[in-house]
Design a protein around this ligand. Structure first.
Ligand code: CAA
Length: 276
């Protein structure tokens, strides 16, 4: 039973019920999506991977969903990695496919036009940390432990971790975390920029909510545009990235929200963005 099952129902979301996820959309339009396999520390088996992709693809189609928070059910783990019990039967091609499928799901999350925040409430290991790295921002409980322990299994991270951790922190941090496979405290992850906000266990949800509330007050088209330019900019060189930025900046002048933002500033009032 996840903590979210008892809160507001998702009346407007007509998704098929998920087997391994719990979903609640609150009245501020924040979708709280929890991986819900606490007995297996929320490990990502292939069904969870597919459900996460389906959930995000569907949630972003709803105008009333302004942000997605991904977390783990129970009080112990965010997600303790890919489900190791699925590994034994895999031949190399199947293992490659498992990696590709996970990468693809995480690329879907990273490409979401609405902000996706990882609320790291416990162990975020292997594929679990990789899930958090694909989210746009990370808030962690100071009790959480993070890491990429795959080398302890004779493996390397396979859901984009080798690439995203290098880009988000540094190649040095990525090498250290990947090669040692050690658990890293949330405080250390915060120090190296992997975690955006740290909170006590008790305040984790509140700190996450405040961060999300701040973002969803801003112009939603501008937020989506910023997410896209930053993401695509990481794939290209500086001058091409600045081209993307200038094009997106220009395009925003076609939106009512841009006019509203400037007018509200000049009239010394709060903007009322319409997402148009
Ligand atoms: N896959 C499958 N089951 C897992 C799991 C995982 N990644 N992590 C935990 N579980 C299961 C355990 O097998 C155990 O199940 P049973 O009760 O049926 O025995 C249950 O969850 C509870 O786990 P523990 O008893 O081990 O709990 P603990 O408190 O002693 O240890 C832990 C917690 C340190 C997180 C430990 O469970 C652990 O090291 N888990 C594996 C972490 C890991 O190696 N993750 C990387 C996976 S590989 C990967 O992710 C590849 C990739 O990049 C795509």
């Amino acid at each position: 039973m996840s903590e979210f099952d008892e809160t507001v129902a998702t009346e407007d979301i007509e998704s098929e019920p998920f087997q391994h996820l719990s979903l609640v959309v609150d009245d501020e339009g924040i979708a709280w999506l929890a991986v819900d396999r606490p007995k297996a520390l929320n490990a990502l088996n292939s069904e969870v991977v597919d459900e996460l992709r389906d959930a995000v693809v569907e949630l972003v189609t709803y105008e009333d969903v302004h942000a997605i928070v991904i977390t783990g059910a129970g009080d112990k783990a965010f997600v303790a990695g890919a489900d190791i019990s699925e590994f034994n039967s895999l031949d190399p091609m199947e293992a490659r496919e498992l990696s590709r499928n996970g990468q693809d799901m995480l690329a879907t999350i990273e490409s979401s036009p609405v902000p996706v925040i990882a609320m790291i409430n416990g162990f975020a290991l292997g594929g679990g940390l990789e899930l958090a790295l694909a989210c746009h921002l990370r808030v962690a409980s100071d009790k959480a432990l993070l890491g990429l322990p795959e080398v302890s299994l004779g493996l390397i991270p396979g859901f984009g971790g080798t690439q995203r951790l290098s880009r988000l922190a540094s190649p040095g941090i990525a090498r250290e975390w990947v090669l040692t496979g050690e658990h890293v405290t949330a405080a250390e992850a915060y120090r190296v920029g992997v975690v955006n906000r740290l909170a006590s266990d008790e305040e984790l949800r509140e700190v996450t909510t405040k961060l999300v509330q701040t973002i969803i007050k801003r112009g939603p088209i501008a937020v989506a545009s910023a997410l896209e330019v930053i993401r695509r900019g990481l794939e290209v060189g500086q001058s091409e990235g600045e081209n993307l930025e200038a094009d997106a900046f220009g395009l925003l002048f076609a939106t009512a929200d841009q006019k509203e933002g400037a007018a509200a500033f000049l009239e010394k009032r709060k903007p009322e963005f319409q997402g148009r």
